[in-house]
Design a protein. Structure first.
Length: 688
């Protein structure tokens, strides 16, 4: 195939004097693309890139010379990205799909072929309607929506006085997809597009809905904006004080026994009820538990705002909440990791020893490393102990007239662990090769995780919405997104909308940078010190953030530069330090490995930020390592998401501004080799 491509290239050159791209045998070729190119009726030249020398086609360049060329000019590595911007100003002219990163060749993993056929099964007799899920046929890149219709019902349902046209268009397209029966709707919309009001309006257009958020902060923001429009918030027990014992409702007596006669609670027995609460639930008196009161209010309300953690427990275990017309999953790029956390079984050494007298010894860890059969034996042993202890303690508390809240907390933990262990044993017996085990010697715990969650996502979460609306600023590739979640692409309607932000207010600088590859990191980190000092001197009166990506890098920067402006945190005081940083008026610089998302730093809270290195997922995590081995595209995809999320921390509004410095010289190669994943606004923001 390579020789055939070369022949056509040479023939074309004889007809045209244009400079054409030269493929070398050392390049990894997208064979499907070349096949289509050869068979096409009109063959057009591919413009030469700066990344490859103009060498004879039959000559194989030495790899060391190529690498020398790529890294020759330390301060001008940005030229390659600028070349992409200059030569390929639109998505339709990029040639990035001809290249695959070296990492993508890992374990002989091949690029997933791109299906360029538009999904048209539901669109017959529709005039001037866009076809969903479209990709650019040259780049393989997901294109932006061209929908321009605004439906009257959308205008009427919009909760605010002055909607933007693009918001009404987006909501109308979502309604169109729902009307055509699509189960899954994916919306990528940049920061500033108003995803919250898009979600709320889409919910109001259905009879009932759930809106799920990752953080309490975002949950609170939804409530503040839309409570007056008929939305209710539902929170977990730990947010309410128990009326019976000196603790929160998470450790209340009713958590131990559903039939515990708490006069403030609810019952499913009509004969024991004082008055109806909701359908089959009855109040035991006219004085109500605050937790149950807000839960009953939520059950009665057609539109609920809650968080993923609470929803997953309620939907899968308590089962009072049922399927609704619309399930909105905000910050949807996190859904995979959220479900992974939900499915993970973590056993703490201290907890095992304290609760059931089992020691997580070196011998036990050695046996567990032997494989799934040993995991099951270990889990069954713990399960037997837990069930015995749970029964004994429950009897003590039931028969006691005292507030034994210290036992109640222990019983609640046992009850949750019993359910989790039963689920784990069942799944490992069915799919032993799809789980992994990791022992954390520092924190003294052992974790069992599924390598992928695609098998579980529908049953655990998606089935609770007639339609699921996924929303995020960083979906990037809806095909990879749906694949990772086990969703059939035929059930998907994908919408991509641009951010209204002016990129000139959020520039990126990468011209002074160092190769931060892990095998060179110990030495090359020292070269970043003058670069960081120079950036700090440029912003003497501005607050800023250094995204260190790892705690090791955070400690290095803090110790080697030792600037008085620096403020750092550990895993214990993170929230406290972030709060102090946001509240201070002095030009402090926060060094953190973990604020790449979920933290808003608008306006003067962050006028500059430094991304210390490309945020590749940490392969010291066994699950990530195995997932990478299975699908290198997934690993690169996650890296792109983390990079884009980090970039967005300092720019939160149209009139905001923040300068981003990326001191890792690998940025340009990453962009060039993964062009289909990187939005145009990011590349356009890179400065000479």
């Amino acid at each position: 195939m390579f020789e055939k491509y070369v022949k056509i290239n040479r023939e074309y050159k004889n007809l045209k004097n244009d400079s054409i791209f030269k493929l070398n045998h050392t390049d990894i070729i997208n064979r499907e693309y070349i096949s289509r190119l050869i068979k096409s009726k009109s063959f057009s030249p591919i413009i030469k890139s700066k990344i490859i020398h103009n060498k004879p086609l039959n000559r194989k360049p030495k790899e060391d010379k190529l690498n020398k060329y790529l890294n020759k000019r330390k301060n001008s590595n940005i030229d390659k990205v600028m070349a992409i911007k200059d030569k390929y100003p639109s998505e339709s002219s990029s040639t990035s799909n001809l290249f695959v990163t070296r990492e993508e060749n890992y374990s002989n993993n091949k690029l997933e072929s791109i299906n360029y056929e538009n999904h048209t099964s539901n669109y017959t007799n529709i005039i001037n309607k866009p076809k969903p899920n479209t990709r650019n046929q040259t780049t393989g890149k997901w294109e932006y929506s061209n929908w321009t219709d605004v439906w009257d019902e959308v205008k009427e349902a919009f909760p605010f006085d002055k909607p933007r046209t693009d918001q009404l268009e987006t909501i109308s397209e979502i309604q169109y997809a729902i009307s055509k029966g699509f189960k899954y709707i994916i919306l990528e919309a940049g920061t500033g597009t108003g995803k919250s009001v898009i979600a709320a309006t889409s919910a109001l257009l259905q009879e009932n809905s759930y809106i799920l958020t990752k953080t309490k902060q975002l949950q609170k923001q939804y409530l503040e904006d839309f409570e007056e429009h008929g939305f209710k918030e539902v929170k977990g027990r730990q947010n309410f004080d128990c009326k019976v014992i000196r603790d929160n409702c998470e450790n209340g007596k009713c958590k131990i026994d559903d039939d515990y006669d708490c006069s403030y609670g609810i019952t499913k027995s009509k004969s024991k009820g004082w008055g109806i609460a909701y359908e089959y639930l009855y109040w035991k008196s006219n004085a109500h538990c605050k937790y149950y009161q807000q839960k009953i209010d939520g059950l009665k309300c057609p539109h609920i705002i809650t968080n993923y953690a609470y929803a997953l427990v309620e939907l899968n275990h308590v089962e009072d909440f049922r399927k609704r017309d619309l399930l909105v999953l905000d910050e949807a790029h996190n859904v995979e990791s959220i479900l992974m956390d939900h499915l993970t079984l973590k056993l703490e050494r201290e907890e095992l020893k304290k609760n059931v007298g089992i020691n997580l010894s070196k011998e036990s860890i050695y046996d567990l490393k032997k494989g799934p059969s040993y995991w099951i034996k270990f889990a069954e042993r713990i399960l037997n102990k837990y069930e015995t202890e749970y029964y004994n303690l429950s009897e003590v508390v039931k028969n006691s007239g005292k507030d034994l809240f210290y036992l109640q907390s222990k019983i609640y933990t046992l009850k949750n662990n019993i359910d989790d262990i039963k689920f784990f044993i069942k799944q490992v017996k069915k799919y032993p090769d799809e789980w992994t085990m990791e022992y954390n010697a520092k924190n003294l715990n052992v974790s069992f995780k599924p390598i992928k969650i695609d098998r579980y996502a529908k049953d655990v979460l998606f089935r609770y919405g007639k339609t699921c609306l996924f929303m995020s600023a960083t979906i990037l590739d809806y095909k990879q997104f749906t694949k990772d979640l086990g969703i059939n692409e035929d059930e998907v309607y994908a919408i991509r909308r641009k951010s209204p932000f002016d990129i000139s207010r959020h520039p990126i600088y990468n011209n002074e940078s160092v190769n931060m590859r892990s095998d060179n990191l110990a030495v090359n980190m020292y070269e970043t010190i003058p670069i960081i000092n120079k950036i700090l001197n440029k912003h003497p009166k501005d607050k800023g953030v250094i995204h260190s990506i790892s705690y090791n890098c955070k400690n290095f920067i803090n110790e080697e530069i030792a600037n008085k402006r620096f403020i750092t945190h550990d895993s214990e005081n993170r929230e406290k330090i972030i709060k102090e940083f946001k509240e201070t008026a002095s030009p402090k610089v926060l060094i953190s490995p973990s604020i790449n998302e979920g933290v808003d730093l608008p306006y003067d809270d962050c006028r500059f930020q430094i991304i210390y290195k490309i945020p590749y997922p940490n392969i010291t995590d066994k699950q990530i390592e195995k997932r990478k081995d299975m699908d290198m595209n997934w690993y690169i995809y996650k890296t792109a998401i983390y990079l884009l999320q980090t970039y967005g921390r300092g720019m939160r509004a149209e009139d905001d501004s923040c300068v981003t410095y990326i001191v890792d010289s690998r940025l340009t190669n990453f962009i060039y080799k993964n062009r289909r994943l990187i939005p145009d606004y990011f590349i356009d923001a890179i400065q000479n």
